[in-house]
Every structure is written in C-alpha cells, then in structure tokens.
Design a protein around this ligand. Structure first.
Ligand code: ATP
Ligand code: MG
Length: 295
C-alpha cells in the first residue's frame, strides 16, 4: 500500500512566525510629483524659457505642468516611453501644434525672451528660426534642388542663382547627401529611398540657417551609415545652433546630446547632464527606463 503522506498544511494553520509578509509594490505613478523635475532643468543662458507648460487634446492633458530651459547651442535629447508627450512638447516650440484643432497650449513659452504664443507673432518667421525634421520624411513633390531651395527662396536668402546653388550644395553636403545626388538634382525627390528622403528633409530644414532644429526621431528610418552621418551633422550644427532631438535610442541620446530629459506620462521627471542620466540617474523612474525595466 502506498504510504505517501498527502497531508497538506494550509497557510491558515501554519504558526504565525513562518508567514512571510508580502511587500506591496508602490505603483510607479505615485512617485511623480507634478511640476517637480529633478536634476538641472534650468540654465543661465536659455534660448527657450518654458514655464508651467500644459497641453490639452480636447479634455485630455498630454503635458502636465512642465518647466524647462533649453540652453543656447546645446543638444538636448527627449527620451521616455511611447505616448509620454515627447512629440507634443517638441511641437510647442515652433507652434506646430497650431495645426491640430483640438490642441490647446497653456503656460509661458519664450524664445530669446519673446513670447512664442504672442497672437501677433509671425508663425512663418518663427518656423524659419525654429526648423523641424519629422520622423517620416515628407519631401515636397518637387525636384531635389527645389526642395532644398524652397525655404531660401521664400525668405529671400539668395540674390543670385549662384548663391542659391551654393546654399543647396552646402545643405546637401551637411546632410551627407551631396555625393549621392549631385548628378540628379533635377530628379523628383519622391523617387528617392526613404533614408535619402530623410536626409533631404534635413538639408531642407538647415538651408534657411535656422537658430534651432527640432528633430523628432530623425533616424528611425535610416540605416547605420546614414544615422552616423546625421549624428555627425548634429555635432557640427551644435557649434552654432540649438538642437532638440527626440529619440528612442538611448545610445543615440548618449552619443549626441549634452543634456537628456526624461518624460513619463506627460511629466518631465528628470533633466540632467546626459552622462549623469545614463550612469547615475536621480529619479527611480529614469533608472527603471534606462535599465529597460519598462518602456
Ligand atoms: N493629434 C492628437 N490628437 C489627440 N491626442 C493626441 C494627438 N497627438 C498625441 N496625442 C496624445 O497625446 C499623448 C502624447 O503623445 P505624443 O505623440 O506626444 O507621445 P510621444 O512621447 O511622442 O510618443 P512616441 O514615442 O510613440 O512618438 C498620447 O496620449 C497621445 O495619444
Ligand atoms: Mg513621438
């Protein structure tokens, strides 16, 4: 006969000292203090001064009381999980959100001490000063040459054809595209590969010599060689321009940026020197993200 002891001692019958209390984990959201960003969100030499910024899509608050300075000639990277508001916040900087009907921006946003949202402000002039490169390349259905020459023509930056030629060549060179397209400048831009189109859009953005370039995941469609060229360009541009780059690549943020800003559920949780963010983050949410525990 089988004499196996099948008696089960239920937890309730166990002596109390054997019960290990279960530690309840705090939900991550509870540790975010609204409007409070740890680290170094401010600068003595601000190009952008952004205070108490909130962005609503209808009733939904996508950006929750964010205050940040973006310094002159700095490269700042915006990182954080999908949907945390990086693109929304970036688009406030040149009023790209204006084109979304249900979107409302509140707070104080200044570029060189001028109110970005002043109703009297010329938005075309603002966007010439604050250029943008989108995640998906969006070349105009025009020739390669005309794509790059478009902005300089509108803003009257070249008096002679040879000046315009120089701007087009220089911009294409900086974007790492010149060698590939110099013999077919009249070809239509929409016939280029995705990666070439993206570099063309970068050339188009820098052709008007903006003071700031906003880049929303500019390398997500690029191969490693084109990505390296864009990163070189960022380093070169940062000598005279201010650059804000949204990226999902932490390696990219670490390679190109001076400071890194970590966003979470519409909050700006931490801003610090990039090196510090990736080696010794101050906030536990930043640490969880960079160590891959979520996002
Ligand atoms: N045009 C829009 N209309 C309504 N809600 C929007 C719109 N654009 C963004 N949102 C909402 O705002 C929040 C922030 O979105 P946003 O695109 O800024 O995030 P993100 O950090 O850039 O994400 P991802 O890394 O996926 O690009 C999300 O909840 C999103 O659903
Ligand atoms: Mg985005």
């Amino acid at each position: 006969m089988n004499t196996l002891n099948t008696t089960v001692t239920s937890e309730a019958e166990m002596p109390e000292e054997n019960v290990v209390p279960v530690q309840e984990e705090k939900p991550a959201e509870t540790v975010i203090e609204e409007g409070k960003t740890v680290g170094r969100p401010f600068s003595d030499d601000a190009k952008f001064k952004l205070r108490n910024v909130e962005v609503f899509y209808g009733q939904d608050r996508a950006i929750k009381n964010i205050s940040l300075d973006i310094a002159r000639n700095e490269v700042i990277a915006f990182i954080g999980p999908s949907g945390c508001g990086k693109s929304t916040f970036l688009r406030c900087l040149n009023r790209m959100n204006d084109s979304i009907d249900i979107c409302r921006v509140k707070g104080s946003l200044h570029l060189d001490d001028q109110d970005i949202y002043d109703p009297k402000r010329d938005v075309v002039e603002l966007r010439a000063r604050v250029g943008m490169v989108f995640q998906k390349p969006n070349p105009f259905p025009k020739s390669i040459y005309d794509n790059v020459a478009y902005g300089p023509r509108i803003h009257g930056l070249a008096n002679r054809k040879s000046d315009l030629d120089d701007i087009v060549e220089n911009s294409l060179r900086k974007a790492g595209l010149w060698e590939e397209v110099k013999d077919r400048l009249d070809a239509t831009a929409t016939g280029m590969s995705g990666g070439q189109q993206q570099r063309l859009c970068i050339a188009r953005a820098i052709a008007v010599s903006p003071e700031v370039v906003l880049m929303d995941e500019p390398c997500s469609a690029l191969d490693p060689i084109a990505t390296a060229k864009v990163e070189e360009l960022i380093a070169e541009l940062s000598e005279s321009y201010t650059i804000v780059i949204v990226t999902h690549s932490m390696q990219q943020a670490a390679r190109v940026s001076h400071r890194t800003a970590y966003f979470h559920l519409g909050h700006l949780v931490e801003v610090n020197e990039t090196n510090k963010v990736f080696t010794s983050p101050e906030h536990e949410l930043t640490e969880s993200y960079i160590t891959g525990r979520f996002g």
